[in-house]
Design a protein around this ligand. Structure first.
Ligand code: ATP
Length: 438
């Protein structure tokens, strides 16, 4: 068993050891709030996003997908309210000039570092600034987007005019967002550069309630399907004093982390706020005309907005397992959904110095790799090979051995049960495909 506190540090160390996630710029001492996905993690994250796209976009006829730009017209962030209101209140120590969020230091009256006096709380904006252009005096100040979803509102008119959509419909996007977070912490939980997956679902105002409830349910069911420990997922309804003025209600999907329940995704009632704001600031008519009734109105929006990296981290927390084996050793296994695993199968020749066995293994690898992401490992120690695949969450390992040369079967070991079965090489493709789709 692992104690709750050190699970995060175990995952950080496993992530580094196995090429899942690295601290960014580590050779320069690292930089807080930025991470890189390594050879294994980048495949896993891609699969995580592909599943979201499959279930929320391509399997539906009412949701389209976009991939918007990170830098937009600076007015966008004035219209959205981010220039004015995006940030936290901080107090600054008058002596050492360190800044703190009062709630994170228990509203202490003196600086915890040097006992100095604090200034009055002041709001700090967390948008990242940049500039467009190179000629001094002509540079246009701009921002890296503080949330991905704004691009969806910007493309709304183009999509309605050109993409054969009819209300109710959704626009989905996965993309980077940047926040100059004051206190990046807990690995991927709070970073300064991260990805969000958003759906903005546009409806007739009379149907808002129905679609809000629909998406709230859908998104929870989706996470429940993919996490092992469903009891670690819950809704948290926002209190009346947390609601923005245009929201009738708001719910977060939360995950129970070692440091308590934490937000993973928000389901937001946005009414006509965003389209109205952008209409006002851009001077464009963003209303929708119903092609059947001819009614013209500003659509209302249900937004589902989640963190790709944050939910991926929670998925790692959910799947990290340590098992005590009969010989007393500890087996570390990432019991992650096979659809998210970097490799669906690893193929090992039982002996690296038997050309017939190696060539049969390579044939199998080449055949399967046309359709699946698979790994090949001909290093010598079978125990080490299993350990590596367990730790990166590869669901099945196939061993080509002496018997394979006689009857064309291989042994397949299951990551979670460690049980082995024998299967004819010709049947592996179908077997794997039915396993992955079950
Ligand atoms: P929090 O209260 O945790 O800062 P938020 O309410 O500001 O989050 P939203 O603006 O609703 O978050 O963003 C939607 C989602 O984006 C969040 O549910 C979270 O999963 C993710 N997210 C937000 N900020 C970060 C961050 N700094 N690092 C990683 N993921 C983030």
């Amino acid at each position: 068993m692992t104690t709750e506190d050190n699970i995060v540090s175990k995952i950080v160390s496993l992530s580094k050891r196995r090429g899942i996630i690295f601290q960014n710029s580590e050779i320069y001492g690292g930089i807080q709030g930025f991470f890189d996905y390594g050879p294994i993690g980048s495949l896993m994250k891609k699969n995580w996003k592909d599943l979201w796209i499959r279930d929320n976009v391509t399997r539906r006829q009412d949701v389209v997908f976009i991939d918007g730009s990170i830098i937009t017209h600076p007015r966008v962030w004035e219209a959205s309210g981010h220039v004015k209101n995006f940030g936290d209140e901080l107090v600054e120590c008058k002596k050492c000039h360190k800044r703190f969020r009062p709630d994170l230091i228990d509203n202490a009256k003196k600086c915890p570092e040097c006992d100095g006096e604090f200034t009055a709380p002041k709001k700090f904006n967390i948008l990242f600034h940049t500039e467009i252009g190179v000629i001094e005096g002509e540079k246009l100040p701009a921002y890296l987007r503080g949330e991905a979803c704004q691009t969806i509102y910007l493309d709304f008119k183009n999509i309605v005019d050109n993409c054969r959509v009819k209300i109710p419909f959704g626009i989905a996007q996965i993309g980077k967002a940047f926040r100059n977070e004051i206190t990046p912490k807990n690995f991927l939980y709070r970073t300064r550069e991260f990805e969000q997956w958003d759906i903005q679902y546009f409806v007739h105002p009379n149907e808002m309630e129905k679609w809000y409830e629909y998406w709230k349910e859908q998104r929870m069911v989706w996470y429940q399907k993919l996490f092992n420990n469903k009891e670690n997922l819950r809704f948290r309804q926002h209190e009346a004093n947390e609601l923005v003025f245009y929201a009738k209600k708001a719910f977060d999907i939360e995950y129970q982390t070692p440091w308590g329940w934490a937000e993973m995704e928000g389901i937001h009632w946005r009414s006509d706020y965003d389209l109205t704001q952008h209409s006002k600031f851009s001077g464009q008519d963003l209303d929708y005309r119903d092609p059947v009734t001819n009614e013209k109105y500003t659509p209302w929006i249900t937004e589902t907005s989640g963190g790709v990296d944050r939910s991926f981290f929670f998925l790692l927390l959910d799947s990290y397992t340590e098992e005590k084996l009969e010989n007393g050793n500890i087996r570390t296994v990432l019991k992650i959904n096979p659809q998210v695993s970097a490799y669906k199968m690893a193929i090992f020749p039982i002996a690296a110095n038997k050309p017939e066995i190696v060539s049969k293994s390579l044939d199998l690898y080449q055949k399967l790799s046309l359709k699946y992401s698979v790994d090949f490992d001909d290093s010598s120690n079978i125990g080490k090979k299993y350990r590596r695949q367990d730790e990166i969450g590869t669901p099945w390992c196939a061993v080509v051995d002496y018997q394979t040369l006689e009857d064309n079967t291989v042994s397949i070991r299951d990551r979670d049960t460690m049980e082995q079965i024998r299967i004819n090489i010709e049947e592996i493709d179908n077997w794997l495909s039915s396993k992955l789709n079950s």
